[in-house]
Design a protein around this ligand. Sequence first.
Ligand SMILES: [Zn+2]
Ligand SMILES: [Zn+2]
Length: 746
Amino acid sequence: MPTALPETAAALPSVPREGLDGLMTRLDRINHYEEKEWLKRDFGMARPLLYVRSRADYALLSALTELDPAEIWGRTLHRYTYRLLAPNEAATQEGEDDDMPFPFLDDRWLTLYTMGQNQQCHRKICPDHWRADHTLILPWALRYVTACPTHKALLVDRCVCGETLRFDPRIGTCDTCGVDVGTLEAPSIADDPDSLALVSLVWAALGHGDADDGPGVPDLAGGDLLALPDGHPLEGVTTAAFFRFATVLVNLLGARDRRNPFFAPTTEVADARPIRAFHQANNASVHAALLCVWRLIAGWPATWETLLLHVAAVEQRRTDPDYFPYALLELLPGPDFAWLWRAVGLVTYAHLGRAPGVFRWLKFYHHVRRTLAPTLPRFRTLDQVGRVLGVSRAMLDRHVAAGELAVRRGRWGATARPVTLVDEESMERLTRLRAAQMNFTEAAAYLGVGRVALVELVKDGILPCSRRDATVKTPWLFEKGAVDDTLAEMIGHLPVRAQSKRMAMPGLTLTDTLASLRAAGVGIPAVLRLAHSGEVAAHRLQDSIQLSGLRFDAASVEAFLARHAPKEGATRYTSTEVCRLLRCTQVTLRLWAEAGLLAPLNTPDPATHRAGASDAPAAGTAYYDATDIDLFKERYMGAEEAAEILGCHPTTLHAWVHAGKLDAALVRGGGKGDVFLFDRERLIALAAERVTGAEAARLLGVDVKTIGNWVARGFIVPIGDPTAKGRRYLRDDVLRLANRVRRHAC
Ligand SMILES: [Zn+2]
Ligand SMILES: [Zn+2]
């Protein structure tokens, strides 16, 4: 914190005014208010000296005073306002007159930093200075100069009569009430260290902080830095930047959040009130507002959090899209204010997930992080993460619960909806993980096979999958790399034969081959093994290793089937042959064997084992007694055949079994994968006992709908499935009813 006032500022010369004729003397006396009227009147100059800016103006004054034009420039307000401009603004001012060594300023800049718009010019004086020798110091005209460093008092811009202070320096009394301006009272700031620090700041900003900054040609290099403790995030901010920031912040809050407690009237400055705009405010209000901004910077970070959280709360009530941080960003652009964005970004970071209107602040935070503070962590809302990952909310919650997504949760007040923010890095990690993994549906699509085939591949151990045990409810996850490796191992060595457009290469797709071989009990794992071993000739269409590009030689498939056709008069069959005879799969066959319905022989034939099918169980080829197979075929049948006998759909059959209306010899599994075996005799007996609605209608010689009506009226009672489609009727009942109908008809 700056403590001592700059010596140059305190030692500003105060010389007596000697009358209007001594121009040379007046100009020699630095830092006097320039008189508009005498310049106009006596020298025909269009503008008062403090506005002088053309080469002709300087040439005339130079001739009159024999002063160097640069020295004259140093005696105008140009010198001070130039320092308050942002570097990019200052750059645009140069080069207006190439042979002049100093920049010229637009009137716009002068009015901005001095009297304000609409020529709302009023004087500010230090009554003590005035009493001493009628001194008026030029920088007092600047808006930021609010106090006299010599007398440690606020400048006075208001007369005791209540009017804005206007007076003729030649007379020295209030234009309105005639009070001697030397008798006005200036509020002391001697006991307020913040006010003294502010005075010190403004003089430093105006170039009086440097010892070598003598009168005349000014130092154009820029202001001193704010005196802040080491490690303060706002270190390196120039005093001039501080005043530019103060202007924008005060104007912005004045326009958008006038009741911000941060800018409430302060008790120590009696005449201060919350200000709407700098150029309309009185001196005491400007002083109070500048004090607030100074305390804001000096009181980091607590003061910033207070301010920004209040702004955030106000922003949430507003629907204005042009909200506070972006308005600041637009008003204070460029590297000169990098410190500001970093500061706002840090405060926002501390309150992410807690501040209201978090999504817009998050957007602002992203902007700051990207441009200024790349080391700050990145955040996304849960919805954004859901969109990026392409997963549902429930799945997101699961990822969060599993710790795969790092989140930050917060709630603003008791009633507000809690906000969840996701650390973007954890999201990216999860994205990479998910990209390398496939779920069940994705894997089926990737391989180009059906769901049943995929399950077969996993159960067979060909395809590595997270769900090794079918009884445990874990998600099906496939590592893409492992799937690719498996494919490469199974079919990668197969020759590539591009398909010619003219001559269609004879070849069966995997689906067609499966359809042909399934009857022989060969599922997809076995088909792949056959292709791998070369027992069934296959090739690939493209160099890429995909199941969709796999083609099987039709003749080779036929030959395989012929090889495994059950031999006439054989006394035993291989499991493949049994599958062909019984029209079942190897899996089903194993189930029957486990259930003891069809026992394999325990002695594998070594002679045939050599040429045994590669799709046989790993334990070795199982053989079945031919007589056993014949008996089994006679006694049992599968669901499809049973459904045919009963004249219903296999699904209906399943339903009946589960409902206990139909006995099955074997029920295996717990749902869709049930395997039934039905006893032929019992089924035939059942078929004889029961008739379908259609048969009943035929027996009765009526429409099927009529049967429905009769059921509703209680003429006939159906058995079995209560839905109309599944109804069955006892043949006896139907025949009895038929007799009654015939009697009525007669
Ligand atoms: Zn003074
Ligand atoms: Zn007055």
